[in-house]
Ligand binder design. Structure first.
Ligand SMILES: Nc1ncnc2c1ncn2[C@@H]1O[C@H](COP(=O)(O)OP(=O)(O)O)[C@@H](O)[C@H]1O
Ligand SMILES: [Mg+2]
Length: 295
């Protein structure tokens, strides 16, 4: 097997808390090849975002390490672009300018014409050239999320990291963006790690589904290889026997093997962190909902 692009070895994360140390992750081992599409799935609070933040370099691990293309991650960098659930576009800049910021980060000595060509290329990939001059609050939630993806792709990252990128969108918009992401990935052959709660999304998009056990000390429980032909068409897939089999395997892992009742209640011990996590989630989810409907 060729050398993996991403190598997570004995990765662990312990957070200091008022009640002492909280072991969020323990012994996470994962190798990802160039061009692979990986989904991370697991119950809320198990540690998915922590894994992503460690790969992004937003957190530094307390144990083990992350290697990307032969170099140990020691902080954030443009080789690892992140797309969050809530786009995080700069509201005072146009769609064009938001993507331009990313292009300028990697432009080096390239001239203005090159920058413009790049921006338009990524806007075209997400079919947003018509809205280049609009401000984020003038476009729908689905469109904002598309611009967030364009901005991330414009960095030409080695790895695209997505934390529930479609989680705040309605089902139809979500389906549309999943199709767009599959088409882009087929064209650019990006390496992607995507966190999702959605079993169908995971099966439809992934080469591998990485299923995490419940915390504390969460780790990888099972890895499911999705051997379905590409391009994948959602209606055809829904009737594919193998698709149903994969779907069942993930559901079984989540609701039988790792059912929530088996959790040793990290929430109780860490009421403060859970509460602050909720406080972060809620306004964002509300803010995106009305916009998402018009996508
Ligand atoms: N900065 C932090 N300090 C203390 N505990 C944290 C911190 N970040 C995350 N945690 C805890 O680590 C666990 C995993 O969190 P997270 O990775 O956000 O889960 P997920 O993304 O799977 O919902 C949770 O119990 C959470 O409360
Ligand atoms: Mg999370």
């Amino acid at each position: 097997m060729e050398k993996p692009l991403l190598d997570l070895t004995r990765l662990g994360m312990r957070f200091p808390t008022n009640d002492g140390e909280f072991i969020a992750l323990k012994n996470v081992d994962l190798q990802i090849q160039q061009g692979e599409f990986i989904s991370l799935i697991g119950h809320s609070g198990c540690g998915k975002s922590t894994v992503l933040n460690l790969v992004a370099g937003l957190y530094l691990p307390t144990d083990g390490g992350v290697i990307v293309d032969g170099r140990e991650v020691s902080g954030p960098g443009p080789d690892r672009a992140v797309v969050f659930q809530n786009h995080s576009l700069l509201p005072w800049l146009s769609v064009y300018q938001n993507v331009e910021l990313a292009v300028k980060q990697i432009a080096g000595k390239q001239d203005k014409a090159w920058i413009k060509e790049q921006v338009m290329h990524y806007l075209d990939l997400i079919q947003m050239t018509h809205a280049a001059d609009k401000k984020p609050d003038e476009i729908s939630g689905g469109m904002k999320q598309r611009v967030g993806i364009a901005r991330a792709l414009a960095l030409q990252p080695k790895v695209l990291l997505m934390d529930e990128p479609f989680g705040a969108l309605d089902a139809l918009t979500r389906a549309h963006l999943q199709d767009a992401l599959m088409a882009i990935q087929a064209e650019l052959n990006n390496t992607v790690i995507m966190i999702t709660h959605d079993v169908d999304e995971a099966v439809l998009l992934s080469d591998k589904i990485v299923m995490m056990t419940n915390g504390p000390a969460a780790t990888i429980g099972e890895v499911l290889e999705i051997d379905l032909p590409r391009p994948r068409e959602r209606v055809a897939m829904a009737n594919h026997p193998q698709y149903q089999h994969y779907r069942q395997s993930v559901l079984k892992f989540l609701y039988e093997k790792q059912s929530k009742s088996a959790v040793t209640k990290p929430e109780v011990k860490h009421a403060a962190t859970e509460a602050s996590a909720k406080a972060q989630d809620e306004p964002a989810a509300k803010a995106d909902k009305p916009a998402a409907r018009q996508a």
